[in-house]
Design a protein around this ligand. Structure first.
Ligand code: NI
Length: 251
């Protein structure tokens, strides 16, 4: 069930049976000439909705802007500073915790969020640990990356080998082509030169644009198809539904 499409009475009823919630988190950043700026948020949200549907879990609104400072050299990219994203994650968790949610399953679509979101979890725990007489509820947070699911890694290797790359990857582009075929038709034939993009390290936005001129890192998303995307969605849903259930039932 999507939180945004539930009434507060339905949320109250849900909380009698479960205190778990899925929070999709992504990013709004360039994904090369043939990928959507919203790739990371759209992919995380697509997987989260499917997991929620399958097992009847509540899904919060997507945190669609993440930590993506290195992409700001390309138009359309947006970032939250790490300190801002930490505040967003804390306030999101604490708002929902007040109502009785205590198991927060962040379903992530962007590698650049990982350190910052984990720092936010530690801020949340520290707040409780450092408050001696606190009546704050004990919450647990976890973050799973759909693109790191074992089955997803295996299928990406089988379909793309080294051309999967590490940014604007063939697998994430496939997943969004499956979710948004109409928009994909508009952008998927943009030329890519070279076929496989360079790899390297990430520093600031100007440096990124110099090192990775069309925005991709190591990938060839010309290999991406909507049909592959349907398979990635299915595999990620299976694995993450299982991870979610283990996470919320472990007391
Ligand atoms: Ni991405």
């Amino acid at each position: 069930m999507r939180l945004q499409l539930a009434s507060w009475l339905e949320v109250e009823t849900y909380l009698k049976a479960s205190s778990g919630i899925i929070i999709p988190i992504g990013s709004t950043e360039q994904h090369g000439p043939t990928g959507f700026v919203g790739t990371d948020a759209l992919a995380a949200e697509g997987v989260a909705w499917k997991v929620g549907e399958r097992i009847g879990a509540m899904v919060a609104p997507t945190i669609s802007v993440g930590m993506a400072q290195h992409h700001l050299g390309f138009p359309g990219s947006m970032t939250l500073r790490p300190s801002t994203l930490i505040a967003v994650v804390r306030d999101t968790v604490e708002s929902l915790a007040r109502a009785g949610f205590d198991r927060f399953f962040f379903l992530n679509g962007h590698g650049g969020n990982i350190h910052t979101v984990n720092a936010a979890f530690n801020e949340i725990y520290a707040e409780k640990s450092l408050s001696p007489a606190s009546n704050r509820p004990a919450v647990r947070c976890t973050m799973m990356n759909w693109f790191m699911c074992n089955g997803v890694r295996e299928l990406a290797l089988e379909l793309y080998g080294d051309a999967e790359g590490s940014h604007a990857t063939a697998s994430e582009v496939s997943l969004t082509y499956h979710l948004f075929p109409g928009a994909a038709a508009r952008i998927k034939d943009a030329p890519l030169t070279p076929e496989i993009a360079p790899e390297g390290k990430i520093y600031d936005a100007d440096d990124f644009r110099r090192s990775f001129p069309d925005g991709r890192m190591g990938s060839n998303p010309k290999l991406s198809t909507a049909e592959h995307g349907a398979r990635f969605l299915e595999i990620a849903t299976d694995e993450l539904a299982e991870s979610y259930q283990a996470f919320v039932t472990n007391r």
